[in-house]
Design a protein around this ligand. Structure first.
Ligand SMILES: Cc1cc2nc3c(=O)[nH]c(=O)nc-3n(C[C@H](O)[C@H](O)[C@H](O)COP(=O)(O)O)c2cc1C
Length: 161
């Protein structure tokens, strides 16, 4: 896509972007919200979150007090992640690591919501096969594209109708 040289920046001063907003019981101080962005940096064996990177990353992004951060997904079981490197969140040991970067966010007076994840139909066929996980999905037939569907049928569910 070519760079748009005609682009004229528009002032957001009179919009609600920098106005507080109540989310549940929490008052966030502006609406530039960080969406869930999986970093794929969890330990490939244990699926435990990368502590050092998480603290650094979230420390940087929570610097403006009152920021709302929806964290990268916490997989509700190893097979729910669907990809190697996607972090898990279902035991006390794993929670302790997540807690460390929540503390960093809270230190900056910002807020964290955790995205809970079960990748279902979007899981990587290669990952499922390598780990002997089942292909479990609430939305059967919802494949990303034909290539993905072919891989899935070949590797995981050859008899699927
Ligand atoms: C590197 C990357 C990782 C992402 N990870 C997640 C994720 O873990 N969960 C999710 O719901 N969306 C994920 N997304 C989608 C983003 O949340 C989405 O791009 C964001 O809300 C911005 O929306 P837009 O792309 O429609 O502008 C990811 C996107 C990128 C680029």
């Amino acid at each position: 896509m070519p760079f748009n040289t005609e682009f004229k920046p528009v002032s957001l001063k009179h919009t609600t972007l920098f106005k507080p907003m109540k989310v549940g019981k929490t008052m966030v101080l502006h609406r530039a919200i960080i969406p869930p962005l999986n970093k794929m940096r969890a330990d490939p064996e244990t699926h435990i979150l990368n502590e050092e990177l998480s603290i650094e990353y979230h420390g940087q992004r929570s610097q403006s007090p009152g920021t709302m951060i929806i964290t990268e997904p916490g997989n509700i079981s190893p097979e729910a992640g669907g990809y190697a490197g996607s972090p898990v969140i279902y035991s006390k040991v794993q929670m302790e690591v997540w807690q460390k970067f929540f503390s960093k966010i809270h230190e900056n007076k910002s807020f964290a919501w955790v995205q809970l994840y079960a990748l279902g139909s979007q899981a990587s066929p290669k990952f499922l096969k390598a780990n002997g996980y089942k292909y479990v999905s609430a939305s059967a037939g919802a494949y990303i594209d034909e290539i993905f569907e072919k891989k899935l049928r070949k590797q995981i569910i050859p008899k699927l109708v």
